[in-house]
Design a protein around this ligand. Structure first.
Ligand SMILES: Cc1cc2nc3c(=O)[nH]c(=O)nc-3n(C[C@H](O)[C@H](O)[C@H](O)COP(=O)(O)OP(=O)(O)OC[C@H]3O[C@@H](n4cnc5c(N)ncnc54)[C@H](O)[C@@H]3O)c2cc1C
Length: 361
């Protein structure tokens, strides 16, 4: 059997594309391995995602108590002073701090009930055979005429058939924290810059706190196992952890968060969506919204069988990358306290690395 269309990857982009295609009456083969039980970082959903979720018929997902509105975000960025960015003054409304696993599970359920055929397999190889793709999995091969690559930063198909660019080597070390008296903890998100990079901490709806530290992989840094001790050396975040008695409760883990993108984001018989097309610095809080937008836009172009719309999609991804790079430069340029720090100096040097093709991140 040859499927008209397959979606590779089970994250937000994959689930959204599978859902959108299924809503249009198509039956995409959706190759998406089951998500593990572990915590998946990336929980700050921008309010810009709301209209997209509404268009998908998925906005009810956010009404669950496992997510919370992010009314208070404070950052010490450019000075030691903690500055509040209160959601009340944001016209588009407050962001949401997600239970990321629950959010992805709800999208997955919606895609399956809408008609997407989920295949719980990992893709081991993808090859072109005449007018179709042969997608190898341990459970057997699947043939499809068109493929959406939603495999995240791996960009299984896109990185092979187009050029991959990389602007930095940012990575994140993260862990969950728990406190005996978590109910009294203030629901805040804190961002704190330091000489080696920057810290992020956010209270989740269930009272756990997620703590992230970001720096470049090629710069000297502490061992991941030392994350809690290092967090105790911060200012605002350390105070918050101490005030409520937060202790690290999960194994600290490291994950790539570098800015990478594929150009062009489409090719003959394929389109890259989500992080596979363009993966952003988590400081932007844009990754999940971009995953939703890119999956919907590319799926709509496919549904309309419109080459022009597909080309428009690729052009918009490229424009989005340029806008993102400018915004990223401006935000990092606001931090000038450590002129000799390579982490900050290379960001002030305006991303020339991003203009050249680079090894996959
Ligand atoms: C530490 C961290 C913090 C972040 N914080 C935020 C934030 O606050 N706000 C925000 O908006 N964004 C944030 N992001 C970014 C956001 O998580 C991503 O942009 C988003 O997950 C992209 O969704 P995706 O579906 O494209 O990719 P992914 O979520 O990476 O999903 C890719 C999927 O492909 C599957 N896959 C990979 N290889 C294969 C294969 N061979 N076969 C089959 N399936 C495969 C994986 O299992 C996975 O399910 C953060 C990211 C990180 C890492």
């Amino acid at each position: 059997m040859i499927h008209d269309v397959a979606v590779l990857g089970g994250g937000i982009a994959g689930a959204t594309a599978a859902l959108r295609l299924a809503q249009a009456g198509l039956e995409p083969a959706w190759i998406a391995p089951t998500r593990g039980d572990g915590f998946k970082p990336g929980e700050h959903l921008s309010a810009a995602a709301l209209p997209l979720l509404k268009a998908l018929g998925s906005d009810a997902i956010l009404r669950s108590e496992v997510h919370r509105h992010a009314h208070g975000t404070y950052s010490a960025w450019g000075s030691d002073t903690l500055v509040e960015r209160n959601a009340i003054v944001q016209l588009e409304g407050p962001p949401t701090v997600l239970d990321r696993g629950a959010f992805e599970d709800a999208l997955t359920t919606q895609a399956i009930t809408s008609g997407a055929q989920r295949i719980d397999q990992t893709v081991t190889e993808v090859v072109v055979q005449e007018d179709r793709w042969r997608i190898e999995t341990l459970g057997g091969a699947i043939a499809a005429r068109f493929v959406f690559d939603a495999t995240g930063r791996k960009a299984l198909v896109a990185s092979r058939y187009a050029t991959r660019f990389q602007a930095d080597k940012l990575a994140c070390q993260y862990a969950l924290f728990a406190a005996p008296d978590a109910e009294s903890a203030r629901p805040v998100t804190l961002i704190e810059a330091e000489e080696r990079g920057w810290w992020y901490m956010s209270l989740l709806a269930d009272g756990q706190a997620v703590l992230n530290f970001y720096t470049d992989t090629d710069l000297p840094c502490f061992e991941t196992s030392d994350l809690e001790t290092q967090a105790r050396g911060t200012t605002a975040i350390a105070t918050y952890l101490a005030d409520y008695g937060y202790r690290m409760s999960s194994r600290p883990t490291r994950i790539a968060t570098n800015s990478t993108w594929i150009a062009p984001a489409i090719g003959a018989g394929w389109a890259a969506i989500g992080d596979a097309a363009a993966a952003y610095d988590p400081l932007s809080s844009h990754g999940m919204t971009t995953a939703l937008w890119s999956a919907m836009t590319a799926a709509d172009a496919y549904i309309a069988r419109s080459r022009r719309k597909m080309q428009d999609y690729a052009d918009n991804v490229a424009r989005g990358v340029q806008d993102y790079l400018s915004a990223r430069s401006a935000v990092y340029a606001r931090e000038t306290r450590w002129p000799d720090s390579p982490f900050w100096a290379r960001r002030r040097a305006n991303l020339h690395a991003g203009l050249a093709p680079a090894a996959a991140g």
